[in-house]
Design a protein around this ligand. Structure first.
Ligand code: BGC
Length: 474
């Protein structure tokens, strides 16, 4: 008897301490999900962004970006950190891309740093920058990984910000030159393109609320930044289509389904206003539907930014739309909030788990937003270009047992599958993100990676979530 108890204790202790056994438990049980269910053409990938991973921010001829400048001011980044070194992807791209391959992903989404190509925003071109992205692209192709390139993931050249950045209409010219160069230099090998990353996020956080670079505030700035970004969205699409043979042209949107606090009609009205702002502001003009002014009348001010014929320049028939979803919003009517007249219910009050970003874990939300987007006639194809979660990752004998993240992926992927099984044209899923990285105004604290990064040594450690994907993608 004594011995039996002893053996039982020993084996449960071994189960607890033996990382291999513990990790194996991630795969046990009724893991209903498998890769085959998504179909053989479904694209599996990881997503990243230049400013968040590259480092070498002031080297090899790169110009300053608005994030280099913003982070140099005390208090702008919560931890007073900067993107200067980040994950040093600039020097470790070969081994990092090999990691992508090792995990079984066959698609890599990364962005091009505009100030690495044009240090002054336009004019003089930095050949080192061109060479770097050529090397990244060629490494991907040698390893059988398809590159997916985002043209603008928030790192505007500071030289352009000094002239007003997104609030200066000349951005159409600057952006056009930048897109032409990228299309001409890389378009022979890169076929999958995204014009902008989450235009609502960079215009609202950077030009309305001032909590992201360049730190500008106010509705006037916001409306001109929105209108110019919406014009660049379609302009960029057109340039890619005209200059890249067989291009698959998309753009990406941050989006979150909006739920009413309860069935009271006034909350439902707040839902409409939020939805117009959060989900429809950039999508609908791209589809030729104009800005959603009817449901959020303050957007009428956007028309003040119009120059002749602008209303006809906002649409572009993208080959795919990138959905980037992490959570949902629950809102209630509140007359004190300007224009939106609604307030988000704090996620921690909703009774579900929250992530390190204090975002509610709500897998059904991904299904709901995919369904909402797929109802638009003009959307040909949906790709999930970002989904993932930041959780506290503790090192445990050199390993990271990020079970919460594993569960997050399992639950969100089940919702993608549900949408797919209903016949919705969703054709790919990209994890945010490959590596822990520079999480903008939050600094390096929130860790979104499948791969843990020790920012002092640049050592990479595969988290259990990376190993889970490796097994899933086998
Ligand atoms: C952005 C990423 C960001 C992630 C997590 C997305 O909004 O595209 O750059 O790191 O969300 O916040």
């Amino acid at each position: 008897m004594q011995r039996r108890i002893w053996i039982k204790q020993l084996s449960s202790a071994a189960l607890y301490y033996n990382p291999i056994v513990k990790y194996a438990s991630l795969f046990s049980g009724d893991d209903a999900l498998n890769k085959k269910m998504f179909g053989k053409d479904f694209a599996w990938g990881v997503s990243t962004a230049a400013a968040q991973i590259e480092g070498a921010a002031t080297e090899y001829g790169k110009g300053k970006s608005i994030w280099d400048e913003f982070s140099s001011h005390k208090g702008k980044i919560k931890t007073d950190e900067s993107p200067e070194k980040a994950c040093d992807f600039y020097h470790s791209y070969k081994t990092d891309i090999a990691l992508i391959k090792q995990l079984g992903f066959t698609n890599f989404r990364f962005s091009i740093s505009w100030p690495r190509i044009f240090p002054d925003g336009y004019g003089y071109m930095n050949q080192n920058g061109i060479d770097f992205y050529n090397n990244v692209i060629d490494t991907c192709l040698e390893l059988g990984i398809t590159p997916w390139v985002t043209l603008y993931h928030w790192d505007l050249p500071q030289a352009l910000q000094n002239k007003g950045g997104w609030i200066n209409r000349e951005i159409l010219l600057w952006f056009s030159e930048y897109v032409h160069i990228c299309a001409n230099k890389f378009g022979d090998r890169v076929k999958n393109w995204m014009v902008l990353n989450e235009p609502l996020a960079f215009t609202s956080l950077g030009y309305l609320l001032g909590i992201h670079a360049p730190g500008m505030k106010g509705f006037k700035h916001f409306f001109s930044a929105v209108h110019h970004a919406a014009l660049c969205q379609s302009l960029g699409g057109q340039i890619l289509r005209n200059n890249v043979e067989d291009a698959n042209v998309g753009t990406t949107f941050s989006c979150a389904p909006i739920y009413a606090y309860n069935e009271n009609n006034k909350h439902n009205e707040a839902v409409k206003r939020y939805d117009a702002f959060v989900n429809r502001l950039f999508l609908e003009p791209s589809l030729g539907l104009g800005y959603p002014i009817h449901d959020l009348p303050v957007l009428k001010h956007l028309e003040k930014c119009y120059k002749s014929n602008d209303e006809n320049k906002l649409a572009f028939d993208f080959d795919f739309i990138g959905i980037q979803n992490y959570t949902r919003y629950v809102v209630r009517d509140n007359i004190f909030i300007p224009y939106l007249h609604g307030l988000q219910v704090p996620p921690k009050k909703l009774g579900n788990d929250t992530t390190d970003m204090k975002w509610e874990v709500y897998p059904d939300g991904l299904y709901k937003i995919v369904k909402q987007f797929s109802a638009y006639k003009g959307i040909k194809k949906i790709m999930i270009t970002e989904n993932g979660a930041a959780f506290h990752d503790g090192l445990d004998n050199g390993l990271i047992h990020d079970n919460q993240r594993v569960n997050y992926f399992k639950e969100y992927l089940a919702q993608v599958l549900k949408a797919k099984n209903e016949g919705i044209n969703v054709d790919g899923y990209f994890v945010w993100s490959l590596l822990d990285n520079f999480e903008w105004a939050e600094g390096y604290r929130p860790r979104f990676g499948l791969v843990y990064v020790d920012f002092n040594t640049q050592q990479r450690i595969l988290k259990d979530s990376a190993l889970w994907f490796k097994d899933f993608l086998k």
